[in-house]
Design a protein around this ligand. Structure first.
Ligand code: SAM
Ligand code: SF4
Length: 436
């Protein structure tokens, strides 16, 4: 029997890419590939790329350049580019970097086994279609191999919202939801393999319509799966937070009290220019309703500073919104021009203005994050333990609020939800003591 071929996948960007990389590895597993953690002993290297902000494509080209030596040493080594840069650049990748054998977009990776056949004959393979066939129908059941306690599960892909700054509608295509029965089957397969917490993924996950009662309907069905203890979902759009989903945050015990709800800006003028179709005030009223349903919910968000035309006053509105909402955690970015998007045509703000605003916003968000972490000290949280911590005898996991918590505990706590008293906070984690 010949030795298995080795596959090295490097994943950039969002959680959806993490999920896609797992599925690509499983698809190629059917062709005899096993994953390796090092490119040096790989027979195939796949870069699963992200295109959300500037220089993404340049980073991919420079990473590819680094494989020149490896390919020279090992001419049979196959190199592929997947993900959103593959979708956006297509054939250009092979033109600029001839060592690339394969380019596959996010909607076509179920065709990887056939593409592998082609490249093994020395041909090049390119597939950046938005195919009619559903990739999830072609992909096999999830691997039965034992896995860690947490997993991602993509339920919805693409976006029809066309925010003026964003490439997602172009790289991931139109909004599509997977049917609920397939998702439930996949969730059961994950639970059978040891998963206790599932994070449902979608570019606009709360616009999910594969169940007649939307995402809340799907969550209530997942709630019935024995052995599944926690459900999360990300990323949501404020306009798709319907009443049933808000209510589920108050009544579904498995749905964790954490919500990532990007707003991007606190200025109505900028929100309009961004084509967000909500206002700062409608967002704040929505947050009030969510907090009424689940008072302890930890809120997270996304912000863009320096969108074309943003004035000091607009930026102050963003700072005020952050003060009004109080986030437990958040992501903030400098606006980055994305070719082909409407905002790319507009005059850009000077770099130093953007840098200054980003620093001020991040300082405020950091302050709120620290205050939220500090407020956990003395409280009892429930931790799903995932793996050993940095020190001997320590285990680490996540609280219901998605805080990383470490505690002295025996190895068998991995996969269990245990009560922990928080005794100390630090910038990125909490220290706890096992209660029982
Ligand atoms: N669908 C989600 C929503 O509407 O909020 C967000 C998905 S997007 C993949 C993740 C985040 O990247 C966005 O919320 C936004 O803050 C940021 N982002 C997207 N395009 C950007 C750009 N051109 N420049 C800077 N940040 C950007
Ligand atoms: Fe991009 Fe999100 Fe806007 Fe869709 S809703 S265009 S994914 S930022």
């Amino acid at each position: 029997m010949s030795a298995p071929k080795k596959l090295y996948i490097k994943t950039y960007g969002c959680q959806m890419n993490v999920y896609d990389s797992e599925r690509m590895a499983e698809a190629l597993g059917g062709k005899g590939y096993v994953e390796t953690q090092s490119p040096d002993d790989a027979d195939m290297i796949l870069l699963n790329t992200c295109h959300i902000r500037e220089k993404a494509a340049e980073k991919v080209y420079s990473e590819l350049g680094r494989f020149k030596g490896l390919k020279a040493e090992k001419p049979d080594l196959k190199i592929g580019v997947a993900g959103c840069v593959a979708q956006a650049e297509g054939e250009e990748i092979m033109r600029r970097q001839p060592l690339v054998d394969l380019v596959v977009g996010p909607q076509s990776y179920h065709r990887l086994p056939a593409m592998d056949d082609a490249i093994q004959t020395g041909a090049k393979a390119l597939d950046t279609d938005f195919p009619e066939d559903d990739k999830f129908d072609t992909l096999k059941a999830r691997s039965k191999a034992k896995r860690g306690p947490t997993a991602f599960l993509t339920v919805q892909e693409g976006c029809d919202k066309f925010c003026a700054f964003c490439v997602v509608p172009y790289t991931r295509g139109a909004e599509v939801s997977r049917p609920a029965d397939r998702i439930l089957r996949e969730a059961q397969e994950l639970v059978d393999a040891g998963v206790r917490e599932i994070t449902l993924l979608g570019q606009n996950v709360n616009a999910y319509h594969g169940h007649d009662q939307g995402l809340a309907g799907l969550i209530w069905q997942l709630d019935k799966i024995d052995g599944l203890e926690r459900i999360r979902f990300t990323t949501s759009h404020p306009n798709d937070m319907d009443d049933a989903l808000i209510e589920a945050h108050g009544t579904c015990g498995k749905l964790m009290p954490y919500l990532h709800l990007p707003v991007q800006s606190g200025s109505d003028r900028i929100l309009k220019a961004m084509n967000r179709k909500h206002t700062a005030d409608s967002y704040i009223r929505l947050i009030e309703r969510i907090r009424a349903a689940r008072p302890d919910i930890l809120l997270s968000g996304d912000f863009i500073v320096g969108f074309p035309g943003e004035t000091d006053e607009d930026f102050e509105d963003t700072m005020q919104l952050v003060r009004d909402v109080h986030y437990g955690q958040a992501y903030s970015f400098k606006y980055s021009t994305r070719p082909g998007t409407p905002a790319a045509e507009k005059p850009q703000l000077p770099e130093d203005v953007m840098n200054d605003r980003l620093q001020r916003l991040q300082a405020l968000l950091r302050e709120q994050q620290r205050a939220t972490q500090a407020s956990m000290v003395g409280r009892e949280v429930k931790v799903l333990f995932e793996k050993p911590g940095r020190e001997v005898g320590q285990m680490i996991g996540k609280s219901e609020y998605l805080h990383a918590v470490y505690a002295d505990a025996p190895a068998e706590v991995v996969g269990q939800v245990r009560a922990v008293k928080v005794v100390e906070d630090s910038p990125n984690s909490l220290k706890g003591r096992l209660i029982t």
